[in-house]
Design a protein around this ligand. Sequence first.
Ligand SMILES: [Zn+2]
Ligand SMILES: [Zn+2]
Length: 73
Amino acid sequence: MMEEDKEEGFIEELIECPFCGGFVPNEFECSLCGYELVELEIDGRTKITCSNCRAEVDEEREECPSCGTLFIL
Ligand SMILES: [Zn+2]
Ligand SMILES: [Zn+2]
C-alpha cells in the first residue's frame, strides 16, 4: 500500500493590516509595514489561509483545495 504523499500544514488566520492593507499573521506588528498591531482593535477583515500556499480556504476544510496540504488541527 502506497500512502499518498501529502504535505502537512495548518490553517492560518491572517488579519488585514489597517496601515498597509496587507494580510499578515496576527502578531505584535505587521510583518509587511512594521506598524504595531498589538494595541489596536482590529475590526478589519480576516481570512483563513493555507500555511503552505497562502490560498484562502474554508475554516472547516481538512485539506487545502489548492495545494492538497493536510491541515493538522
Ligand atoms: Zn502593515
Ligand atoms: Zn495550500
